[in-house]
Design a protein around this ligand. Structure first.
Ligand SMILES: [Zn+2]
Length: 380
């Protein structure tokens, strides 16, 4: 079993047991096999390489991945300056495989200088090679204005910064709210990873905090924000927190043509749905094949392990963790192989998405969204 921390949830998956190594012969021409994993160019659009070494890059290169490492204002991660220093160093070391997204602090928000200072900071990071900007769930759930009210993403105070990103064509990666499970009783949650995490972290478990904004009010604020910035390329991290329903997600994508989503840390929710609605989930991926970015939320430990919330994987184990996780997702999305997914206590059949869909979800969409239009600078 694997266990790792992400900036919001712990994820548990089973080992890839009983995986069928190859797709059926009828599908062989149109789908990949498990053995194709390492050779097909891939892009993990949502990771956190917080470690000041090549541990993440080495396994990414071995497994055929480019990675987008996202700096984020998360208390259990290294401070923002340290995250930026690590990103600059790794981008310089391997610009073909390492990409990064910058972020900004909410300190001083609403003050006279915040917009100008934030724009200057973002421009500086973009000049260093950042390809996107991240906003985290602290907007909407933690940060408060001078009146003591939570600051929502559609607050006009963000307009100057977002207009700047629109004008520069820089995508915004937004993690807003939490999985819907966070607002449900434990026995109504759909995945074990959510259940165990929120049971162990009552401070983050919104079902216990009715004074906090509801799930739907956070979704509404996010939707108003996306509508307010129609020229901004919006990447809804973690399936835009609509992970529980491909129908609902389809309505979001239909309503906001400037939006795409990443799959980070929500694959078990997709698998939960495909267990009973296999054809519908598969149709979702095919229909929205240009709007979905593969991502995991894999997190290499920060330099100071005590800054991790709990149980950081040892340095030697991270490459195994990443490899196993990536291969499990590949079997699920690219092949018809079966595997046991512990987080939903079920055997799950792979979606066997067509090669052209896999090539977009796993690679071309991220390259396009993040402005990497050239061919990959290494052999395919
Ligand atoms: Zn993340």
């Amino acid at each position: 079993m694997l266990k790792f921390i992400r900036e919001g949830l712990i994820c548990l998956i089973a080992g890839v047991a009983g995986v069928a190594g190859a797709a059926g012969s009828a599908q062989a021409a149109s789908t990949y096999t498990a053995d194709d994993f390492a050779r097909v160019p891939k892009f993990d659009a949502h990771v956190h390489a917080n470690s000041d070494d090549r541990v993440f890059l080495d396994v990414a290169v071995k497994d055929g991945f480019e990675i987008m490492s996202i700096n984020v204002d998360y208390p259990d991660f290294p401070k923002l300056e340290t995250q930026a220093d690590i990103a600059h160093k790794l981008a310089a070391a391997d610009p073909a495989h390492f990409h990064f997204a910058t972020t900004f602090s909410m300190i001083g928000f609403g003050g006279a200088d915040w917009t100008a200072n934030t724009v200057a900071h973002l421009d500086s990071e973009l000049a260093r090679g950042a390809l996107a900007v991240k906003v985290w769930k602290n907007i909407g759930m933690v940060e408060k204005n001078a009146q003591g009210q939570l600051i929502m993403l559609d607050d006009p105070g963000f307009d100057g910064v977002m207009k700047h990103l629109e004008e520069r064509g820089i995508p915004l990666i937004a993690h807003q709210a939490e999985p819907k499970n966070c607002w449900l009783p434990l026995d109504a949650m759909t995945t074990e990873n959510d259940r165990s995490y929120f049971r162990d972290h009552p401070e983050y478990y919104m079902y216990l905090h009715p004074e906090q904004p509801s799930y739907e009010s956070l979704m509404d604020a996010r939707d108003r924000f996306v509508a307010r910035h129609p020229q901004l390329h919006f990447v809804g991290a973690h399936m835009a927190s609509l992970e529980w329903s491909v129908d609902r997600l389809a309505r979001f994508l239909d309503a906001y043509p400037n939006a795409s989503i990443d799959l980070a840390a929500r694959m078990t929710q997709v698998q939960y749905q495909s267990k009973t609605q296999y054809a519908k989930v598969r149709r979702f991926f095919v229909h929205y094949q240009d709007r979905i970015l593969y991502g995991t939320d894999l997190t290499a430990e920060p330099p100071d392990a005590t800054e991790r919330a709990q149980n950081p994987p040892t340095k030697g184990a991270f490459s195994t963790e990443a490899d196993t996780f990536w291969r499990s997702d590949w079997v699920y999305l690219a092949t018809s192989g079966r595997q046991n997914i512990e987080a939903i206590k079920a055997g799950v059949k792979g979606l066997a998405l067509p090669k052209k869909v896999i090539d977009k979800v796993y690679y071309a969409n991220a390259r396009r969204v993040f402005g990497l239009t050239s061919s990959p600078p290494y052999p395919r």
